[in-house]
Design a binder for this molecule. Structure first.
Ligand SMILES: Cc1cc2nc3c(=O)[nH]c(=O)nc-3n(C[C@H](O)[C@H](O)[C@H](O)COP(=O)(O)OP(=O)(O)OC[C@H]3O[C@@H](n4cnc5c(N)ncnc54)[C@H](O)[C@@H]3O)c2cc1C
Length: 231
């Protein structure tokens, strides 16, 4: 069945995120020990944010690696999850196509560009139905899910739990919020960032496409958001 709504939940983020990063930052520059710094933390949020902003902008990223966030994601294509799993500092648990057999008409994601063209969309649906029938025939004839999945398309809907630290989330945003990234992964990462920003609004300035961080576009062609470096 076509699945249209990407679902993303933020299932874990530390409540004391600022305290953790601030302690890490101050530990690097203070004669006091980390324990004393943590046990005598200031209540002044602006003071914490000022130091954290300075440290992040100077590229001292180890201080934000202590923060781990976890998301649950539903209704995302295998094409998009394949792109996500290329990120090597993230942890994944994904619905198995070996242990979970697709039943009847399996769920799939329709790219909006195809959905917008009625005749191509109809052909897409026919292809999915024929694939589901063939998959079912394989299963009924004793082919294991791990082999029958060979015919499932990149559009097959998947589900995963994803964990990553804050440094990697910023990197992910820099790469995947860029308009050069494919629309589906862009929307998934945008949703992930929005959920984190709801909890920690100060992160909005960091969860941006890379051109915002660089001040220019380093892609072959600029979308116009920022000019090319020498353009
Ligand atoms: C628009 C776009 C188009 C793409 N097109 C293609 C494509 O056509 N074909 C393709 O194969 N991939 C493609 N990719 C995937 C891309 O090549 C990366 O594999 C993916 O974006 C992960 O990025 P990363 O390696 O920077 O990040 P991560 O794996 O998340 O790593 C983060 C950072 O850690 C460091 N790091 C991690 N591992 C190593 C290592 N082994 N050695 C040194 N430093 C390391 C690097 O600084 C890296 O930037 C594309 C990505 C984007 C955003």
């Amino acid at each position: 069945m076509p699945k249209t709504i990407l679902e993303v939940s933020l299932i874990s983020i530390p409540d004391n995120l600022l305290d953790v990063i601030y302690t890490a930052c101050r530990t690097c520059y203070s004669p006091e020990g980390a324990v004393d710094i943590y046990e005598n933390l200031t209540d002044d949020t602006e003071k914490k944010l000022n130091l954290i902003r300075k440290v992040i902008s100077s590229g001292h990223y180890s201080t934000i690696e202590h923060i781990q966030v976890t998301f649950a994601i539903n209704n995302i294509s295998r094409a998009a999850t394949h792109q996500l799993v290329r990120h090597r500092h993230m942890s994944f648990s994904q619905k198995s196509q070996r242990y979970v057999k697709e039943k009847g008409e399996f769920d799939f994601i329709v790219p909006s560009a195809i959905e917008a063209k009625r005749d191509l969309y109809d052909k897409f649906l026919i292809h999915m139905r024929e694939t589901a029938n063939l998959y079912q025939e394989f299963i009924e004839n004793g082919i294991k899910g791990e082999d029958a999945r060979a015919i499932l398309p990149n559009a097959t809907a998947s589900s995963m739990v994803v964990s990553l630290n804050l440094r990697e989330l910023i990197h992910l945003a820099n790469l995947r919020l860029c308009t050069r990234a494919q629309l589906e992964i862009r929307l998934a990462v945008k949703r992930m960032c929005a959920l984190v920003e709801e909890r920690e609004p100060w992160l909005k300035e960091h969860l941006v496409p890379k051109c915002e961080r660089l001040g220019y576009c380093d892609e072959e062609k600029s979308c116009g958001r920022k000019k090319k470096k020498n353009g």
